[in-house]
Every structure is written in C-alpha cells, then in structure tokens.
Ligand binder design. Sequence first.
Ligand code: ATP
Ligand code: MG
Length: 349
Amino acid sequence: MSFVDIQALRKSFGPVTALAGVDLTVERGSRTVVVGPSGCGKTTLLRLLAGFEAPDAGRIVIGGDVMAEGAAAMPAHKRNIGIVAQDGCLFPHLTVAGNIVFGMTEEPSLRQPRAEELMEMVGLERSMLTRRPDELSGGQQQRVALARALARKPRLMLLDEPFSALDTGLRAATRKAIGDVLKAEGIATLLVTHDQAEALTFADQLAVMRGGRLVQSGRPRDVYLRPADPATAAFLGEAIILSAELKDGHAHCILGRLPLTDAGSLARQGTIMVRPEQIRCVEPDAGAREGTIRGRVLETSFCGSTCELRIVLREDEAVVLALEVPSSADLIAGQQVDLRVSGTVHVFG
Ligand SMILES: Nc1ncnc2c1ncn2[C@@H]1O[C@H](COP(=O)(O)OP(=O)(O)OP(=O)(O)O)[C@@H](O)[C@H]1O
Ligand SMILES: [Mg+2]
C-alpha cells in the first residue's frame, strides 16, 4: 500500500468546485511535485491533507491511518504533517527561535541546539534566531517557516511554493539543501510550485492538475516526453504542436518525416508534439537535400547564454517556431536557416 492514498477527493467552496475528484498516491520517502494553473486546486489539496479543511467526499489515508473519510476528518494537530503555507505564516509575536521550537517534542535543553542546526540547514545565520519575523526579508521568512516545519520531524511534508521569494541561485541551493534533508530523514514530500524547472528537478513523481482534477501523474521524464494533452505539454515547457499523418511508425508533417516515440500500428491523422530542443538551426546548405526544412528568422531576443528565435517556415508562413539557440550562433532577423529535427515525436492519444 502507498504511504499516502488519496481517493476521489472532492471539495467545493459555495459554487466553486476546487477539487472535482482527485486520486493520487505518494510512496514512502518520495517526492511528489504538484503543478497546474492558478486556481486549479493545489493549495486546497494540501490543506485537505494537512487537515485544515474537511473534504466533501473521498478518502485520505496516510501511513495506513485514515485521515479523512467523507466529511469525517482527524484534527490537524494529530496528523504529524509539516506544512509550509504559500504565505509563510510565521507567528509575528515570537522570535525566529520561538517560531522554530514551537511544537518541538525534544526536552528543553536540546531545543536551542536543534534550532541552530535547522537554521544552518536552511542557510540562515544563527544570530537571526533572536529577531522577529518582521525584521527578516521575505525569503528569510520562508526559510524560517521551512525550519519550523522540519523541527517537528513530520512524517509528511507539504510545501506550497516555499522557494518563491528566493532569487535564482539561492532558490536552487535551498531547494537542494531541503531536498537532501527530507530525503535523509525519509520524509515523504508534496511540493507545489509554478516553476517548471523546479518541478522537473525535484520530483520523483510529477502530478499535473487542471480544473480540480489530476490530469496526469508519473515520472517527470515520462510526463515531459509523453504529456497527456497539448495543455500539459505546454505547461511543462515550450512545445510545438502540429497535425500529422501517422503511418509506418512515423509522423509526416510540416517538419518532415519524424519517427514516433510510441509507434501505433494504425495509419491515421493525429496531433504530435516536438520539443524545441529537438530542432537545430543551421546555415542554409547550397546543395541541400530534398526535404530540407527551410525557415526564416523573424525575430531574435538576447538572453545571455542563449538567444530566443522566432522562426517562420518557408513552406507555411503560418507556422512560427520559438527556439532557443546558443547566443554564439549569432543569427539575425531576416536570415534564412535550415532546420534539422532529431529524436522522436509524441502523439497525443
Ligand atoms: N476558502 C475559500 N473560499 C472560497 N473559495 C476558495 C477558498 N479556497 C479556495 N477557493 C477557490 O478554490 C479554487 C482553488 O483554489 P486553490 O487555492 O486550491 O488554487 P491553487 O491551485 O492553489 O492556485 P494558486 O496557484 O493561485 O495558488 C479557486 O477557484 C479558489 O478561488
Ligand atoms: Mg495555491
């Protein structure tokens, strides 16, 4: 049996259906990342798991214990779940140390050293322990909230965009540090994030939600390469969606004849996805082979190490591709290019 087992979970707030029947399992000690557009029900799912709200219907089982069954719910303080809410929510009247030791079960003499250890874990100076939350930056407050949640040694950790107030470098470092701590302690984790790269890096399991439902879950690589539908594909990164004729294990489309990731046997029309990193732009070759895909650079925008290009296909000016190339390629608007596609393409079911 999975460590967390969520079945047919439903929750409405008046006329708004926040969760319309969610099924999800989480394995012991693993990391699940929940992604989806704003308002799709991610925070609601976490709040139901934590016990801050009771479901209208469905069942939540954690570690073999029933947390909620229909409207009957075990109180939040009995669940032993750590949560870092979207808005941090530190106790404003307590110091950082007071916040962290709140709810610790260790004997009093061990609490201060443990608080210091936790501060180090989240990358904060010990000297900050005596400050109050309003004397910290937003990012520092988020890290204190993480330390506080870790202090209680929860069996399940719920993180609702805990790194959103941190800048890129610190964000990656904090994510790694927290991820390592959670893994070392064997704490199963559910993380909500709007950051695609963060979702794909952190997750053992990626769960994609939309409109109160779970659209797809699986290993990040599988969801990225075999998304359930075009919206999921676009949510996880740039995706080029094209119509194609499918036959002989290949898609015949405006980008040529491309092998299918999962070859179906039936010849039919379908919709395929190509990821932009599969396409390479090269200088047009005078003696180009038949079937060479030609394009023209419409627009370039410099992003440091890479450059974003918008390329229109010569064959069909309505098709515009957004590609990222090394900025050393030095392509300019108006330039003709040849496009080479590698790898396989995914067909939507
Ligand atoms: N207490 C509440 N009362 C009324 N409506 C609510 C309440 N909590 C959430 N909702 C509604 O339920 C839906 C899901 O909200 P939720 O906070 O779960 O979304 P989310 O996926 O976390 O979004 P975001 O990415 O913006 O944080 C939204 O339409 C929201 O307005
Ligand atoms: Mg939310």
